[in-house]
Design a protein around this ligand. Sequence first.
Ligand code: ZN
Ligand code: ZN
Length: 300
Amino acid sequence: MTERFEIVFLGTGSPLPSADRCGAGNVVVAGETNVLVDCGWGAARRLVPSGVRPGAIDVALFTHMHTDHMTDVPDFLFQRWTGGATTPLRVFGPEGTQEMIDGFLLALRRDIGFRQAHHGDKLHPDGIKVEVTEVPASKDPLPFLTLGGLSFESFEVDHFPVVPAFGYRARYDSRSVVLSGDTSFCESLAAASAGADMLVCEAMNAGLVTQLIAMLKSAGRDREAGLMSDVPSYHIATSEIAKLAARAGVGEVVLSHLIPPISNDAGQEAHFMAGMSDVYRGAIRVARDMQRVAVTGRNP
Ligand SMILES: [Zn+2]
Ligand SMILES: [Zn+2]
């Protein structure tokens, strides 16, 4: 029987506010193991409605230290603790991860005391603790974690000036999925994606970004337009994703971390992906928040 290997999309947006798309966050589900990858704004609140019990997550990975990938960490820690966790959360990520966790725990220090005063030993003291391992940056996939049959490798991507920034490759039951993290087109992502059954890729629609910049300028919002014009330099355009996926021979592509965000509308999603299938012949889809997508492999 094929083991369950799925990606649960908690947040498919970016820092840009969106009614439909929260900040970045996924859960890799392999058999009974759940691994959280990033926890941006709103991602923690998506866990329960997505069918993932926060108390059943014991490992979290972070791709990089941008807000849209980490600002729901405090809420996740509390949901996990009050959800019955009795062991520390194990966290892996690039340099800066320890500082990020320490900062959030400092901000929570009083509330942790208040909850303990109120609930006593109904809350396990270890359930709010975090053990961080910072993984060294490597352009080549670097194995760093094995959980039963589920294994993870990290690889450094190009999200300059965010250094280091990671993508991750997960393998389970003879299948593999690559999570790009935030990146512009880079050879390390192409190499890590070679032969993967699924590529979950951040995605920017260059035409829509150009339209957004023009709209901001015409509204006199020049500072915002200027900031938006910096965005394309460190994200990957849909046309580049199609080329990369074709070259790497990936089984299918799922777009997430959409820039700019679009609503949950099939027409908008088709427009966002337009032109990709001319270059890449595999299946392409736009992920929605709280969607669960199975990594099926080439010969299911
Ligand atoms: Zn991001
Ligand atoms: Zn980023």
